[in-house]
Design a binder for this molecule. Structure first.
Ligand code: HEM
Length: 416
């Protein structure tokens, strides 16, 4: 609970491990064999190594593809909106982000009904995702209605004979495929289940996080105006025009410099993220904490950090329940210094976890959400079409980004 103690847990990554726990939970949830060292030597390490494809230059490439795919989808879905169109916001974010992420990571489905194929996968994904908190809580899948059948169908989409038909997928997915091929003991279904798990990781949190970012912006007109102003200014200064061709290009530096957009996004992440960082003690030992405090741990004991407490701490964030879009800006620049009881915090915002269990897709996730909002706000006038309160649904507390308890209607129209 005390953020000043986080560092002592995070840096003890040898004695306080997380893979064993994550591996057990993921293999059960996504139906692949546990990554045991005996059966699959180095598989875990090999899979971790290729997270490099989500950073640096490969990140720029994958982000460029995502930007293009997002624009294609907006063009296909929304370019007729010369008058107000009304849709449900969560459904909209889900439909756009799922398809754009799918095409970017796994490739385009070349059939004439490619959009339809992806939307069928998405609908099954939504059904599976609704059972995710129960699976994570170790409820047997047999007790969860159609979940087992839906999961099997989803996994079947990722069999090699289907994946090889998809065009222009990402390097990271290709590299995962290459690694799986080296393990004879991994069956075709097991490999497909691993691909499905990666899909879940890449959209399961990004979709609700995109929803909250959009929802809070529409709820706060002053925030919307400031972010839109920043976006319009960038378009103008780079001589790019929004318009029917949807051909905007953003470099990494330009994305990084959108400080108002980033702050608004961070603020919504602060409010809606609820991931717990779990570590399991690998041996009996004494964990040294700040101020000569000690905790005696036995092998197998659990430690959990729960950053949502930090995110909602009024000593760190004044009026923590209020959305303040510019909380992460100081003198026009990114603000990275936050204090508690007069002391500077090393950790102040942790939607992506920490240390050894930190999300490898975090840079891509931030880019994706920025790009979604960039295209939406540059091309469309957007407003809420209903005046009702949307609250956090706490049923997946501890597991990542919380979903909204209800969906809400919004309308959009092409900007003149
Ligand atoms: C807003 C969006 C996202 C959030 C909040 C998020 C959050 C997290 C968190 C908290 C973890 C650690 C879980 C744990 O401690 O057990 C994690 C792991 C992971 N995330 Fe993300 N994530 C997001 C988007 C993405 C994206 C876009 C990708 C990939 C393209 C991705 C790929 C992964 C993977 C592969 C892992 C497991 C890492 C491992 O094997 O150790 N995530 N994510």
């Amino acid at each position: 609970m005390d953020p000043f103690q986080y560092v002592y847990v995070i840096r003890n990554s040898k004695q306080l491990e997380f893979h064993e726990f994550a591996n057990k939970m993921a293999s059960k949830t996504f139906d692949y064999p546990a990554l045991s060292k005996g059966k699959f030597p180095e598989l875990k390490e090999n899979l971790h190594r290729i997270y490099q494809y989500l950073q640096g230059k490969p990140l720029d490439i994958i982000s460029d593809h995502m930007m293009k795919n997002l624009q294609d989808i907006f063009e296909w879905k929304c370019s007729q909106a010369t008058d107000w169109e009304t849709e449900k916001m969560y459904k909209f974010c889900c439909s756009v982000m799922f398809e754009a992420s799918f095409v970017t990571l796994y490739g385009r489905v070349p059939a004439a009904d490619g959009h339809k194929v992806i939307s069928e996968i998405r609908d099954k994904f939504i059904k599976f995702d609704a059972s995710f908190p129960y699976l994570a809580a170790n409820i047997p899948i047999e007790l969860l209605g159609a979940t087992k059948k839906v999961r099997k169908e989803l996994i079947h989409h990722f069999l090699l004979q289907n994946m090889t038909k998809w065009l222009g997928g990402s390097k990271v997915v290709q590299a995962r495929q290459d690694i799986f091929e080296k393990y004879e003991l991994l069956g075709d279904y097991d490999k497909a289940a691993h691909h499905f798990a990666f899909l879940w990781a890449s959209v399961g949190n990004t979709i609700p996080a995109t929803f909250w970012a959009m929802y809070y912006l529409l709820r706060h007109p002053e925030a919307l105006a400031a972010v839109r102003d920043e976006i319009d200014h960038l378009l103008q200064s780079t001589s790019q025009k929004r318009g029917p061709t949807y051909n905007i290009h953003l470099t990494r530096e330009q994305l990084d410099n959108l400080v108002y957009l980033e702050s608004a996004l961070n603020e919504s992440l602060r409010m809606c993220s609820s991931s717990m960082n779990i570590r399991i003690s690998q041996e009996d030992f004494v964990l040294k904490l700040e101020g000569n405090q000690e905790v005696v741990l036995r092998k197998g004991d659990w430690i959990a950090l729960y950053p949502q407490i930090l995110h909602m701490d009024p000593e760190v964030y004044e009026d923590p329940k209020e959305y303040k879009f510019d909380r992460y800006i100081e003198n026009g620049k990114k603000k990275t210094t936050f204090y508690k009881a007069g002391r500077k915090l090393k950790y102040f915002l942790m939607p992506f976890g920490s240390g050894i269990s930190m999300c490898p897709g975090r840079f891509l996730a931030m880019n994706e959400m920025k790009m979604f909002l960039f295209i939406l706000l540059s091309h469309f006038d957007v407003e809420l079409a209903e005046n009702k309160a949307v609250r956090l649904d706490n049923s997946r507390m501890g597991l990542g980004i919380l979903l909204p308890d209800v969906d809400i209607a919004f309308r959009y129209k092409l900007r003149s």
